[in-house]
Design a protein. Sequence first.
Length: 383
Amino acid sequence: MAAVLGDLREVADEIVVAVDSRVDETRLGHHLRIADRVARFEFAPPIERARPWLYSQCSGDWILEVDDDEVLSRAFLGQLHELIRDRRYLQYWLPCHWLFPDATHWLDEPPWSFDSNRLVRNDPATLWAAGISHTRADPVFPSSYLERGFYHLAYLLTDERRRRQKVSHYLGIADEHRISSTDRDVADFYMPDRVRGLRPVPVPSVDRDAIAAVLGAAGIALPTPDGHEVALAKRQDIDACWPERTLPNTAYEATLEILDGSVRLEPGEHRPVHVRVANDGDETWPWTNEGSDWPRASERRPQIRLSYRWYRGDGAVRHGEEFRTGLPANIPPGTSTVVPVLVAAPEEPGHYLLEIDVLHELVRWFGRPARTKVTVGRPEGAR
């Protein structure tokens, strides 16, 4: 780990290292020597569950994410300062070079060769992570794809038994906490020696010394200096940032006010109705990126949206919930925003009561609706 991060000491303004609670807290000497800050956290699978929390620990304008079995290419390090000064992009995608069968060759083909968005803006308006297995920051564009990225050393650092254990581990993660579409590649991913016909390509000579230095980094763990206590982030601290967490009842407090003074619609018309939504609870509601056609984009959770129902004079629901409207921005506790809620008018003319409420998709309605009277169709005698 110290060898991997040593490459970054001269170029990074801040190095944050996160170790989970299974690591001996009395043997963190190497971590403390190389990092500006070491954070410990209670482990719970999947390990990516802690990623949103880890992002929140970083204070720089950009975050470069590196695992302890990876080596950055010299070409990438050489252009790093130039990349973060370029204001055209929100993320950079680095190609993975999976080393096999030795330290001087890598696999230039899927699934071992892939792009990973490792250099991302630390901007709360764009940075978000799903926190499920084999995911990192959500894709945000405009982005730039680089030609040289990082080398993955998993095959060289782990024996066959441990790699088999990794395959079983990833396939055993609960369905809701992993991307099932990657299942068919997991076994090949960690067991490339079982795949026939592979044609590894040479590692550029400029990168070989750096790879050798990491593979050759050996020695005993250094003790944590006397009097230096590394605080442990508890499970509740981690999950407070985790999109898949179960929300408490106190999260479902809201005040809604319909701002449009007079609402009149034609039968079947689609139109936004403006609603001020105040978050009176204790959880931040995320904005939505629903409708993204990017295959690796994940829907932001918890899924908080607005929808509606139409009532006639007899109190019966006549029409509703045809549309869901996501939030235009994050709404932290104690703040509010205006949401143009798209509604579809009933096909039958008449006088209705329109009810708009917030809902947590597949969980519950908030039960704090705003209501307004609406005329559908033109009133009698109107031209």
